[in-house]
Design a protein around this ligand. Sequence first.
Ligand code: FMN
Length: 198
Amino acid sequence: MNPQQACRHRILALPGSLRRDSYNRKLLAASVHSAPGNLRIRLFDGLGDVAMFNEDMESTNPHAGVARLREAVAGADGLLIATPEYNQSIPGVVKNAIDWLSRPLPEDILAGKPVAILGASTGRWGTRLAQAAVRQTLTATEAQVMPVPMLFVRDAEQVFDGDGVLRDAGISESLHAFLLAFSDWIDLMGTRRAAIAA
Ligand SMILES: Cc1cc2nc3c(=O)[nH]c(=O)nc-3n(C[C@H](O)[C@H](O)[C@H](O)COP(=O)(O)O)c2cc1C
């Protein structure tokens, strides 16, 4: 195995919108292409199959959609969450997924997991409030959320072409820098975990 393969990170990308033509899913699709060579990004398209959180269901048979989500997240070295903004906050789809992933204690699979948040909206502020809400929620799970850089994609309908391809050079550049920083963040969190364990 060469050194490049050895430090390869498996990233699970969660689009926080179920909409077929979601700009957030397009942003994650663009991430797959603009990722540095050591990041392997896989898009998870199963959030629509995750039942609404119900604490009664935790102790019974786990719902198949929830089990798939948990397994995918547990097997990833990092999570990339692209969130839309709904009514100036976190969309229910994203919150529901995080609530499931945070339970049952003490098997919180988000604890210590490196996470990066980005988002696209058709509004002027590019999901600033939604990202802040996702960040706050993840704090409760002890996920390791990358503090900077942040990526807010505003006026999303002008950023992608008719085929859904990211055409804005400035955002493409920012996305690449964002993913490079995420790769460094995962390395840093790994070093920190090793130091704590030693
Ligand atoms: C229920 C709802 C509430 C919304 N609220 C906001 C908002 O507060 N701020 C904003 O910038 N855009 C808002 N939007 C517009 C979304 O940014 C836009 O629909 C975006 O395309 C959603 O992301 P998606 O393309 O990934 O589905 C809202 C859209 C919906 C459906």
